[in-house]
Ligand binder design. Structure first.
Ligand code: CA
Ligand code: CA
Length: 90
């Protein structure tokens, strides 16, 4: 699975590299909206997604509690991270 940030940056990377090797696209854990930083907007976006809103999120980056699904655990981890708790986003 490729994260949203990876998809967005892929064309330029492929064009500049000129090689056909498989690249590991860096995905920023917790960057739900794929803007390159993790902040409160990402938490809000994820919460809205879970509430059934019609929002587009990076489901791979949003799964900070790596259990393969998106739920409130991910929101909690993200909130703790932003609050300065000693948690690691994966
Ligand atoms: Ca973000
Ligand atoms: Ca999860």
């Amino acid at each position: 699975m490729t994260c949203l940030a990876g998809i967005l940056t892929m064309p330029s990377r492929l064009a500049s590299s000129g090689e056909n090797k498989k690249e590991n696209i860096d995905c920023l854990p917790g960057d739900v909206n794929g803007d390159g930083q993790v902040d409160l907007i990402d938490v809000i976006l994820l919460a809205r997604y879970l509430a059934g809103w019609d929002v587009v999120i990076d489901e791979v980056a949003a799964d900070v509690y790596r259990d393969g699904e998106l739920n409130l655990k991910d929101v909690v981890i993200l909130r703790r991270f932003l609050a300065g708790w000693d948690v690691t986003l994966q």
